[in-house]
Ligand binder design. Sequence first.
Ligand SMILES: [Zn+2]
Length: 302
Amino acid sequence: MARRHVVAVDIGGTETKAALVTGTPDAVAAQKHARRATPGELEPLLDVIAELVGELSAASEHEIDAVGVVAPGIVDEAAGVGVYTANLPWSGFPFATVLTGRLGVPTAFGHDVRAAGLAESRMGAAKGLRNAVVMPIGTGIAGALLLDGKIFSAGGFAGEIGHVDVGHGEPCACGQIGCVETVASSAAIARRYTARTGTPVQGAAEVARRVRDGEQDAVAVWHEAVDALARGILVLATLLGPEAVVLGGGLALAGDLLVGPLEERLDGLIAFQRRPELRLAALGDEAGFLGAALLAIDTLEA
Ligand SMILES: [Zn+2]
């Protein structure tokens, strides 16, 4: 298969990261990186994307074949449209069409989490599986659903595992009650530890350290998070039957401290369902733009 040279762009809430990526539909690697603050308005954001693509194209020894851009929120990748985000400046914007015109090369537009899931399924922790869920746990919790070998999108609305009601009764910023991410996201773990103890912490990693030290309040907050995650994973197992659930994002850096108790809790909950193997994500921070690059390469292969 031909090696392709693409620029991958990952639009984040505060920062937009880009990389020069080379490879085939099965495996890609990022070489040069560049980043800018994400502007709060759409036109300046499009300018930033064009600048990043220009900068990395100039740094490339090869001509750029395509561009892949990923973003958070509700994204319809089939149509290349950014449908909605809570914090970024667009609504129903046709990124793929507009950027293809502006950049002069085929440009794919996709969802950050599903793109990361695509990368994990082609070349990472879910490689070789037909059914898996890739679940980044950070500020929020989302899921990329690999169903019978394809990443499932449903017009951008599928995979919101962070907003499944697991019965803890606390209100979520989304308007529902009992959402997984209200107690189990990295942000929630830090927030709930501070609410419980009055002690500010840097983030979930610091709570994890306190769990390792055997501090009781930290252990209690951690266990509530693990319980919510296990219940969320049980829903996935019941509805989708994944062979594995791949844990990613900042919280996955806790490694065994997360996976061990989660395995145990899941074993306690599971009945007839196929018990998904719990794995840690393999591609880390790079998964988003590796996935964006794969979307761009797929556009060329289509
Ligand atoms: Zn919610």
